[in-house]
Design a protein around this ligand. Structure first.
Ligand code: BLA
Length: 236
């Protein structure tokens, strides 16, 4: 379901000088015990970013996932880029989350970084039909303009592909804003907040149970701590 979006993402990253770097061994691919679901992950080294991860899960008509997080360098206080797209083929249900994930909930920070996402939200109202979050706290590492939608085939095949490239372009534009405006969060503060993002996400992410059921607890724990949210292990 999301292969063309994954291609757009890869192309966009490569255009900005991104290069693939190795994923920790054993985490780059895993097949479920029954062999019907496969999860693939990639890690990019992109100028201006300290880490950019991408994951695709292919469970045929049961589940399709595209997930990605971009972590800017610690000298750049701009939001992280978060993508979480899920398609449940049997019930034709889409869960789509696209956000610039803010390090802090602050008016000036929002004014600086969120003009583009605000416009996108206006342009694609169908991709923001959901306000209530069940597992996450919407006021922690999510922005007020998060494009969060629970939808169906129409949103998955029409609105989302239309919005996706604009979303990426809009995120790339943030880098220019950052260099123009200087920095008011110190690199050590940005580091603390990015590590806290990983710790918080590792705790709240509803994906862990899903990974346990497909790939077993041992692999799921390692994937969560060593690939998805490595900052989490720094505090353990
Ligand atoms: C929800 N994400 C979910 C759910 C699953 C995943 C199973 C629950 C589905 C539901 O609510 O119906 C799956 N999450 C994954 C997978 C990975 C993952 C497979 O991290 C990893 C490969 N989640 C993110 C990122 C964002 C995000 C970066 O990983 C931000 C853009 C958001 N996911 C997010 C939100 C929900 C969700 C907001 C809804 C949960 C809620 O209601 O609180």
């Amino acid at each position: 379901m999301f292969d063309s979006l994954l291609e757009q993402l890869n192309t966009s990253i490569k255009l900005r000088g991104g290069e693939l770097v190795p994923v920790p061994q054993g985490l780059e691919k895993c097949c479920s015990q029954k062999g019907q679901t496969v999860i693939y992950s990639w890690l990019w080294q992109v100028p201006g970013f300290r880490r950019w991860r991408v994951t695709k899960m292919d469970g045929g008509s049961s589940i399709q996932v595209l997930n990605s997080v971009a972590y800017p360098e610690y000298t750049n206080a701009q939001p992280l880029m978060g993508i979480d797209l899920l398609w449940f083929g049997k019930s034709s249900k889409l869960v789509s989350v696209l956000d610039f994930q803010p390090l802090i909930q602050d008016k000036v920070y929002f004014e600086r970084y969120f003009e583009g996402l605000k416009q996108l939200q206006k342009q694609f109202p169908k991709l923001k039909n959901q306000d209530k979050m069940r597992s996450f706290d919407p006021n922690q590492y999510f922005s007020p303009w998060v494009l969060f939608c629970r939808g169906g085939l129409e949103e998955a095949e029409e609105s989302l592909p239309l919005a996706f490239n604009s979303f990426l372009d809009c995120y790339w534009d943030l880098k220019d804003i950052s260099s123009r405006n200087g920095l008011d969060l110190s690199p050590s503060e940005v580091m603390r907040l990015q590590i806290d993002y990983d710790t918080y996400s590792a705790k709240k992410d509803p994906a862990h149970g899903l990974f346990v059921s497909y790939f077993g607890k041992l692999w799921a724990d390692r994937f969560l701590n060593d690939f998805l949210f490595p900052g989490n292990s720094l505090l353990n």
